[in-house]
Design a binder for this molecule. Structure first.
Ligand code: PLP
Length: 244
């Protein structure tokens, strides 16, 4: 990008961010919630460091990456930028855990007890503890990653007992393309959280759900963290894909 393109892109990011904050506030209001209960995470997996820097300039502070290598690269490039955090939102293999430790603030994608144990033991070796979300396949779609609802019920307290993992809440991905199914998945995530809270006494305050096409529905159903990629970074996205 040359300078004028960079400036035009930064202007787009700023305007779009204001629109998104307004839509988040409206969705929260419809559900009788405070806008401040919802964190806007910008998924930067499709853009490069200059675009992330431009996003920081207009006020974004929370970013998400789905590949360990890319997360580490961007964290290192953004070192020195104030108040910036990167979360790991994609599939995490055990052999990549050491890579993300110390770089990712919150790991959204703990998909099994086995993975949680591996994270805890590697974190212990470094004397740190890792904030995590359990990724749950609420819709039951075969193509979706995440543990089943019954698996989450079985292992949440075991994961909670691991010494170097802090379970902050739950994450899910909704089926694409259908508003009703998306709403059911988000509501299901909240209901699972309420059930686990009652049964095992874990607070699980974070519900990570909602993406570009469905984040307003997710907020209406209790999301505390929306993960937005295209609608943040892609000028051609508009609201064409928005589910209604
Ligand atoms: C890419 C991605 C997103 C963002 O998706 P958009 O539809 O571009 O908003 C959110 N969560 C995860 C896990 C992703 O991989």
């Amino acid at each position: 990008m040359d300078l004028s393109e960079t400036q035009a892109y930064a202007a787009f990011l700023g305007t779009r961010r204001e629109e998104l904050l307004e839509r988040i506030a409206q969705a929260a209001k419809r559900a009788g919630r405070e806008p401040s209960e919802v964190t806007l995470l910008a998924v930067s997996k499709t853009v490069d460091v200059p675009q992330v820097l431009a996003a920081c300039e207009v006020g974004y502070e929370v970013f998400g990456e789905n590949r360990p290598q890319e997360l580490v690269r961007k964290v290192n490039a953004l070192r020195g930028s104030k108040n910036v955090r990167f979360d790991m939102i994609g599939n995490l293999q055990t052999n990549k855990i050491n890579k993300v430790l110390g770089h990712a603030t919150l790991v959204h994608s703990v998909t099994s007890l086995h993975l949680a144990e591996a994270i805890s033991s590697r974190a212990a070796a470094r004397g740190v503890s890792v904030q995590c979300l359990l990724e749950v396949n609420v819709s039951g779609e075969e193509s979706k990653s995440g543990m089943s609802v019954s698996e989450a019920e079985l292992c949440v307290s075991k994961i909670g007992d691991l010494p170097n993992v802090v379970v902050e809440g739950l994450m899910t991905m909704a089926p694409a393309g259908k508003a009703g199914e998306a709403r059911r998945a988000f509501a299901g995530l909240r209901e699972l959280r309420d059930e686990l809270r009652a049964k095992v006494g874990m607070e699980l305050p974070v519900l990570s759900c909602g993406m570009s096409d469905d984040f307003e529905i997710a907020i209406e159903e209790g999301s505390t963290l929306v993960r937005l990629g295209r609608v943040v970074f892609d000028p051609s996205y508009g609201d064409a894909g928005q589910l209604r």
